[in-house]
Design a protein around this ligand. Structure first.
Ligand SMILES: Cc1cc2nc3c(=O)[nH]c(=O)nc-3n(C[C@H](O)[C@H](O)[C@H](O)COP(=O)(O)O)c2cc1C
Length: 185
């Protein structure tokens, strides 16, 4: 009997076209094992500002985000730090997920493209824990990409970066499969 197929949804906290966090996620998608599908969601910047009044008739972009989160076996998140916090656009996306069941107990790997971004990383982790997401610490990795101007191919070409990403993705998939086995038992 084969293992459960693993689908990962990658969410970048940066809307910048040459974002190091987005490129890190692209590299993770390319380096993931064949049996693991990593899809980068590019809809974060298209979400309206969160407003609880809209929860009864959700905007289509929010319905789409929630469906993608529900369908994913786990989330790969990589987020920059703005003024010692999580960028507003990314917190906005998380706020849209608070009201639904999709995020609850979802396994999450927290990637980070900058060793300096510790305030945002801690704040993001606190928000995720509050939303009952399951951060997999062994799959969370901080990589020194700040100021390097590397795209995904450039990241993959650095053996030490590529192997750290491979190890994190493998640890994430193992944790997801172990969790799925626990649930099925
Ligand atoms: C508005 C703004 C505020 C920032 N504030 C911080 C900060 O508080 N701490 C920090 O380490 N970097 C800060 N930075 C630097 C970014 O985190 C850094 O450029 C990062 O690479 C951006 O991620 P990206 O390449 O994925 O867009 C800030 C950048 C911007 C644009």
């Amino acid at each position: 009997m084969g293992r459960t197929p693993v689908q990962l949804l990658a969410l970048s906290g940066s809307l910048r076209s040459k974002s190091s966090n987005t490129e890190l996620l692209r590299a993770a998608a390319a380096l993931a094992p064949d049996a693991v599908d990593v899809v980068l969601h590019d809809g974060i910047g298209k979400l309206p500002h969160f407003n609880p009044d809209l929860e009864d008739a959700l905007p289509p972009t929010v319905v789409d985000l929630r469906a993608r989160v529900a369908a994913a076996s786990g989330l790969l998140i990589s987020c920059p730090e703005y003024a010692h916090g999580v960028p507003g656009s990314f917190k906005n996306a998380l706020d849209w997920l608070v009201g639904g069941p999709e995020f609850v107990h979802k396994p999450i790997a927290l990637f980070n493209a900058s060793p300096r971004a510790s305030f945002a990383q801690e704040s993001l982790a606190e928000t995720i824990r509050t939303m009952s997401g399951r951060i997999i610490s062994g799959a969370s990795v901080v990589l020194p990409l700040l100021g390097q101007r590397l795209d995904a191919a450039g990241i993959m070409a650095r053996p030490e970066l590529a192997s750290a990403i491979r190890e994190a993705v493998s640890a994430f998939v193992e944790a997801i499969q172990a969790g799925a086995a626990d649930t099925a038992a």
